[in-house]
Design a protein around this ligand. Structure first.
Ligand SMILES: Cc1ncc(COP(=O)(O)O)c(C=O)c1O
Length: 290
């Protein structure tokens, strides 16, 4: 199979896999998810992704129906069904399930568990070499008293609206502020700014998703001798930044070389970003041996 999809323990392909229309994941976006990738054909930091899935689920009062070994076995079995060599992208979704057309939690059916596995598309070397452009979005990151940014929610409309702005401007990411006007994160990735040799990123309290990649970058920095720390950042800091980069499971550590079409520094990926990006890939592969 090109894409393998497991729905509640039933394995199928992109044509045959389906979830009921009355699933509240479809009706209300009521569910949570994780995106993982493999290195050396093994899921990277699976334990941290499962822990975040459980934390997200808890915030919406959703009880995951499987324990971690069963989640793991299901992911590995779905991976096996994808043809061909190479790395895999894995999406693990958990929704409220198919019930009545209401918000009540009583008489809820068991949650729906979906695992989608497909070949992983690496960021093209040309994009790594040039970096990406981003826009400062007019869309704010969700207020923590609305859809809390720490929930990795299937309801991605806010992110989608921010990305529409970016794509209309020919950019690859949308940088959002929080309700206080501080820089928060991008629509699909966490955000870092390099100043005086140190990589700075907004604190979790700024209202962001606590990225698994972001957190791993603290460890990468420690091993590469590059200071990485949380700091409150403002839009005005963008103009004086030495370098910018984003992090995510899919993008790893990726340089941002244009903001609103203006170059960052000399318009090329800087030395701190390049060092963190290389060290990240090395350490990620190391983790996925043995
Ligand atoms: C809003 C947002 N922030 C950050 C990230 C990066 O998270 P991770 O590094 O765990 O992939 C994502 C990934 O999808 C995201 O959607």
């Amino acid at each position: 199979m090109q894409i393998a999809i497991d729905v509640n323990g039933r394995l199928g392909d992109a044509e045959s896999a389906s979830v009921p229309v009355l699933d509240r994941g479809f009706l209300f976006g009521e569910g949570v998810y994780e995106t993982l990738r493999t290195y050396n054909q093994r899921p990277f930091l699976l334990d941290r992704h499962l822990a975040r899935l459980r934390a997200s689920a808890e915030r919406i009062a959703l009880e995951p129906p499987l324990d971690d070994p069963t989640f793991t076995a299901r992911i590995l079995a779905t991976m096996q069904a994808v043809d061909g060599p190479g790395e895999r992208s894995i999406r693990l979704l958990l929704t409220r399930g198919a019930g009545e057309l209401g918000y009540g939690l009583a008489n809820c059916p068991p949650p729906t568990v979906v695992v989608i596995v497909r070949p992983h598309a690496e960021t093209p070397a040309g994009v790594v070499a040039t970096g990406i452009g981003i826009v400062q979005s007019s869309v704010l990151r969700n207020h923590p008293q609305s859809l809390h940014p720490r929930i990795k929610s299937n309801n991605l409309l806010n992110n989608a609206l921010a990305m529409q702005e970016a794509l209309r401007a020919g950019a690859a990411e949308a940088l959002m502020c929080n309700h206080r006007g501080e820089l928060a994160e991008c629509a699909q990735s966490n955000f870092f700014l390099v100043r005086d040799g140190a990589a700075l990123t907004p604190p979790v309290e700024a209202g962001i998703l606590e990225g698994v990649t972001r957190n791993f970058v603290f460890e990468v920095g420690a091993s590469a001798g590059i200071p990485v720390r949380e700091e409150t950042l403002l839009p005005a800091d963008l103009a004086t930044a030495d370098e910018l980069f984003v992090t995510s499971t899919t993008r790893e550590v990726l340089a941002v070389t244009r903001v609103d079409r203006r170059p960052v520094g000399d318009g090329r990926p800087g030395p701190v970003t390049r060092a963190l990006s290389e060290a990240f890939r090395r350490l990620a592969r190391q983790r996925c041996t043995s």
